[in-house]
Design a protein around this ligand. Sequence first.
Ligand code: PLP
Length: 302
Amino acid sequence: MQGCAFVDGHYVAPEDAKISVFDWGFLHSDATYDVAHVWQGRFFRLDDHLDRFEASLRALRLDPGLTRAQMRQVMHGCVQRAGLRDAYVELLCTRGVPAAGSRDPRTCRNRFMAFAIPFVWIADPDAQKRGLDLVVGSQQRIAAGSVDPRVKNYHWLDFVMGLFQAYDRGGDTVVLLDAAGHVTEGPGFNVFAVLGRGADARIVTPARGVLEGVSRRTMIELAHGMGLPVEVRDLALAELRSADEIFLSSTGGGAIAVHRLDGVPIGGRAAGNFGAVTRQMQAAYWALHDDPRLTEPVRGAD
Ligand code: PLP
């Protein structure tokens, strides 16, 4: 496997990046993480990812034992050692193992890890070319009052069972609703509905019950720059079904077009024939990867 990991203070091959089965990160999903990407040798919005990771660590009372500058250096070090131009770069911190016989999380020594592997797309390239078949899962997204979705977490059983349901129905991926029936998000992405067409077009994305995606923020900023109205608010399923376009946002692919929702073509379009807003977002998103204000080149290892 191509890549490089950082575990217990050392850079190791990906196959040697292991944790104890007694680590609560594994036993209780007691962990947080973040994923940034490198495109053509440059990190994209690395400071935003580090900000979110540090906020998640604080929220979960986890201490990675490294400064922000050290974590940044490890991310650069993993990519540089892996020799990757396009990479998926993950930081994670687990609760660790409690003292023998104890169930007290305060006795755990938290563990920081990181790895860089070749860039991962949230959907395979052929599916992206035709636009994804999105399925509305019957699972309710885990309640935001139980697990704060703004803290990036591994509580994914709702998503994973939703993915099985989507595949059983011939879909590519799944979106889940909250208890009130509002649209939330899916495994690895935020959701945008384009309501109206032409001069009436506006984009809507859920305000609550979602991870505040770095790509979601990018899409919102791009829309502002284009003079396209943005509404960050509750999004009813009926509105999503009535959308003229739907696209997903993720570090794993930017703006990803949806072709069908529960088998129904969005905006009545044929596969691969994306709406104007989605096409503009895709072009503008990748163009930002040349912007020195949002990117930094992968530097040599320490
Ligand atoms: N929502 C969830 C649940 C995610 O896991 C992710 C990314 O992995 C996203 C949204 C998109 O976030 P970002 O744009 O920061 O990749």
